[in-house]
Design a protein around this ligand. Structure first.
Ligand code: NAD
Ligand code: TDX
Length: 331
């Protein structure tokens, strides 16, 4: 099988390529990535000389390039996106371009060449749940995005569904909760805390810190996409989440401080994110019942592993952190 992966030089895409080539060494992967600030070929250093892997430096908005690559592939797995909520507040336009128009460009090509398109989306399209509530997102939850990021992802989801209904393009969609693990950019919450602690700095907790995310180890997300590519029902959406411990940001911060042997005086409450969604939780019954998937990696164990990985890989994250600090300081 030839798989075209978009955004494979980012966090989840690079983990997915490594996962796939380890599990299916006879398959071929082409990685189309524009190498934005979030794309980093260092994420795939161990893969670059694999004869079954090809990197193409290009933009998903380039219709001619996309057409050529889609024609040569059997399936497309679409990760490429602007992915950080805080950046979408500082500058929404790139999110509209990449997440909506970029997805449209890919859809036109898969429509023409009749290829299976797997769209990687987020649980943030469903908006915010309330604290103390037991409700969870399902495949039937109405869309209610609240940030430019989640609105742009919702727009892309709607286009994918429309191409399925109107043009019978074979699509599948995942709406996944917050991922964590190796190669996540240090501007995101968990790596930002670990790297700040390593630098002797305070960790920045937005608002009251009582925000809940449904953390999923990145490899479990890769396994979920694998099960959908192998046996998912064409036209279907699957929501994907972790073990729903309803752990809040402050509790995550305290776990990391504990693992790193640092006191809670390092916590600094900072100004809140505008439109900050209070709680996410995912009910992944459908993918469990239909495809047998469930998360395998327990949050606390793999959070500890993630701390260990960042401690051992300062050379990987240091340039990214320096660049991100310069970017945010300039805003
Ligand atoms: P990321 O920001 O780490 O990586 C995005 C990648 O896309 C980068 O390599 C970047 O260079 C590339 N890219 C950006 N614009 C491009 C363009 N126009 N053309 C080609 N490549 C481009 O993102 P991530 O965290 O790995 O997320 C991957 C996907 O998963 C996104 O679609 C995101 O919405 C979704 N998602 C992420 C999470 C999460 O917790 N990180 C959870 C659910 C869903
Ligand atoms: O320094 C911080 N302090 C803080 O309290 C940062 C960066 C974040 N936070 C909070 C905001 C959120 O409640 O931590 C939580 C997680 O924040 P992010 O890591 O920015 O993730 P989130 O906004 O929840 O979105 C992530 O999961 C869903 C990904 O970035 C998205 O791409 C994905 O769709």
């Amino acid at each position: 099988m030839n798989i075209l992966v978009t955004g494979g030089a980012g966090f989840i895409g690079s983990n997915f390529i490594r996962y796939w080539l380890e599990k299916y060494p006879e398959d071929y992967i082409t990685n189309l990535d524009a190498l934005t600030y979030a794309g980093n070929l260092e994420n795939l250093k161990d893969i670059e000389s694999n004869p079954n892997y090809t990197f193409v430096h290009g933009n998903i908005l380039d219709a001619a390039l996309v057409d050529t690559l889609v024609e040569k592939s059997d399936k497309v797995v679409h990760f490429a996106a602007e992915s950080h909520v805080d950046r979408s507040i500082l500058g929404p336009e790139a999110f509209i371009e990449t997440n909506i128009k970029g997805t449209f460009t890919l859809l036109e090509a898969v429509r023409k060449h009749k290829k299976h398109f797997h769209h990687v989306s987020t649980d943030e399209v469903f908006g915010s749940l309330s604290l103390g509530d037991t409700a969870k997102f399902t495949e039937r939850t109405p869309y209610a995005p609240r940030s430019p990021y989640s609105a742009s992802k919702a727009g892309s989801d709607h286009l994918v569904r429309a191409y399925s209904d109107t043009f019978q393009v074979p699509v599948t969609i995942t709406n996944c909760s917050n991922n964590f693990g190796p190669y996540q950019h240090p501007e995101k919450f968990i790596p930002r805390m670990i790297t700040n602690i390593m630098d002797g700095e305070s960790i920045k907790v937005y608002g009251d810190g009582l925000y809940v995310r449904d953390w999923l180890f990145v490899k479990d997300h890769c396994r979920a996409i694998d099960s959908i590519l192998q046996k998912g029902n064409v036209g279907d959406t699957y929501v994907v989440g972790g073990m729903s411990e309803d752990i809040n940001n402050l509790e995550v911060a305290k776990l990391i401080l504990d693992y790193m042997g640092v006191g809670e005086d390092r916590i600094e409450f900072v100004v809140d994110r505008p439109g900050h969604d209070r709680r996410y939780a995912v009910d992944w019954t459908k993918i469990h019942q239909d495809l047998g998937w469930e998360p395998e990696h327990h949050f606390q164990d793999w959070l500890k592993e993630t701390v260990t990985w960042y401690k051992a890989n300062e050379a990987w994250w240091r340039p990214l952190k320096t660049q991100a600090e310069q970017f945010y300081a300039s805003k």
